[in-house]
Ligand binder design. Structure first.
Ligand SMILES: [Fe+2]
Ligand SMILES: [Fe+2]
Length: 494
């Protein structure tokens, strides 16, 4: 393991040497400086986990050294060493960010226990920020994977960025005519044209280099221009974000670096790292969703042609599945289903009778009522459908909907005799749509009824064959939309 690095700062050469030797013996990597100014030079060149510093020194004292470390945002803890005369200064050092102080003269073992305490605190802090970052990433990943459309994805992503980084303003820049344009801005910060132009240019350089950037006027990054614009104290992060709305762009978040609260003051490198992971993750989620939608579209086309092939066996039910899908979706919308459930319902409706491929033609096309034996065979179609679809992993979520589409609300249906709410909700919606479509189209054994006659039968069977709440919703939907294309189309099918 690499030794922990300590910088010893004192203008007393003897004390410096004694401490140096003792700490090296304890396994630390140690360097020394004779005053604060020398210490800063060394800290600018290489990182140290800990600075142990005297307070009274020529050129630059301990208190000013701590202030500079804070101002330059160096990731270094400080222990101050102080004589009795400077105890007030030691307290001020603690207020400015020193972790511990030790009164001179001190016992070496006391120094070691203070050092160990500081290193333990650093370990805990690092653990917290690593675990915190990981938790943020995991929760972002979980939420983004649940979103099915791009606006939803963008909304969730921005919500997470706000929650995690607490910016005072945000903007998304996308390329246009060789430059960058704001696709959207949040917060009043970007309203000022000069500010907006400056960030457009900065976004351009982030897009060209494909590298994230920390804009930190306090440390001189972009300070010339930001001073002119009156943006003193502004801290910002910019990261490339791929693929939202087919546009690659750059997301910028801004915070007021002068805030007293470290959680809402200037962004640091660890924030930039997390922000970059967020942006990369959101970009790949957007890309993934687009691919999924493409595959879904292909699936639906493939399924539709397969269903048409199945229905070609049964002259009387041509177009049944597509009409059941249309009715199911209209009913699903009336019931307030979300997009993901509507997608499942649509696919299940399209596929619900696919098991008929395993039913002999003479039974499917029999013009008279089926006898007991034929009925038994016909009733196998949900089981056959489940067995066929089980081979397609992406269709697993809809298997129960297809399998249970002939259950009845009173428990007298098949294949499992489930009743009431034990029947999957989407299957109960599909049952109403299936029944309505069957009644409003010509079948081998019946002439089509009109929509109102079919609705009467549904209402008479509510609570027996069908879920009463869903029948009600369908009655309401027809009532609300008397000229509905579904009802007129269904009625026209008769
Ligand atoms: Fe069926
Ligand atoms: Fe059906």
């Amino acid at each position: 393991m690499q030794s922990q690095r300590i910088l010893l700062v004192d203008d007393e050469p003897v004390l410096l040497e004694v401490c140096r030797e003792g700490l090296i013996e304890k396994g630390y990597a140690v360097q020394t400086a004779n005053n604060g100014a020398e210490a800063l030079d060394i800290l600018e060149r290489e990182p140290f986990e800990l600075v142990i510093s005297d307070i009274r020194m020529p050129r630059l004292g301990g208190l000013d050294l701590i202030k500079e470390i804070k101002h330059r945002r160096l990731d270094t803890s400080v222990i101050v060493l102080t004589g009795y005369g400077t105890i007030e200064n030691a307290v001020e050092c603690l207020q400015q960010g020193a972790s511990e102080y030790l009164l001179k003269p001190f016992d070496f073992s006391r120094l070691i226990s203070k050092i160990e305490k500081v290193f333990e605190e650093r370990r805990l802090k690092r653990y917290d920020s690593e675990v915190g970052g990981l938790l943020h990433i995991l929760s972002l990943e979980r939420e983004l994977s649940m979103e099915l459309d791009e606006p939803g994805l963008l909304k969730k992503f921005l919500h997470h960025v706000k929650k995690t980084f607490k910016p005072t303003a945000m903007a998304y820049f996308t390329p246009r005519n060789g430059g960058m344009d704001p696709f959207f801005t949040l917060g009043s910060f970007f309203k000022e044209p000069g500010t907006l132009r400056w960030f457009e240019q900065m976004a351009g350089s982030v897009a060209n280099s494909a590298q994230p950037r920390l804009v930190d006027p306090a440390n001189g990054v972009g300070s010339n221009v930001t001073k002119q614009l009156g943006l003193v104290g502004v801290s910002a992060m910019a990261a490339p974000l791929n693929a939202f709305y087919e546009k690659d762009g750059v997301l910028v978040v801004v915070r007021d670096a002068r805030s007293e609260n470290p959680r809402t003051s200037a962004f640091g490198l660890s924030d930039l790292q997390l922000f970059t992971i967020f942006a990369a993750h959101a970009g790949s989620a957007a890309g993934y969703h687009r691919s999924c939608r493409r595959i879904q579209r292909m699936n639906v086309e493939f399924i539709t042609s397969y269903v048409q092939a199945v229905e070609a066996k049964d002259t009387y039910t041509k177009g049944h599945s597509e009409r059941v899908r249309d009715i199911s979706l209209q009913l699903g919308q009336a019931l307030g289903l979300g997009q993901a459930q509507l997608d499942d319902l649509g696919a299940a409706a399209l596929l619900h009778d696919i098991g008929k491929i395993g039913i002999p033609d003479e039974i499917l096309n029999k013009p008279n009522a089926l006898n007991f034996h034929e009925q038994k065979i016909m009733r196998r179609h949900p089981v056959i459908a489940r067995d066929i679809l089980a081979g397609v992993k992406s269709l697993h979520p809809i298997l129960p909907v297809v399998y249970h589409h002939h259950e009845r609300y009173d428990g007298l249906g098949y294949p499992d005799g489930l009743s009431g709410e034990a029947i999957p909700y989407l299957a109960r919606i599909l049952q109403v749509a299936d029944g309505f479509e069957a009644m409003t189209s010509n079948r081998a054994y019946q002439q089509a009824r009109d929509a109102h006659e079919a609705l009467d039968i549904l209402q008479a069977g509510a609570g027996k064959q069908w879920d009463p709440a869903i029948v009600n919703a369908w009655a309401q939907a027809i009532e609300n939309d008397k000229s509905s294309h579904v009802t007129s189309k269904s009625a026209a099918a008769g």
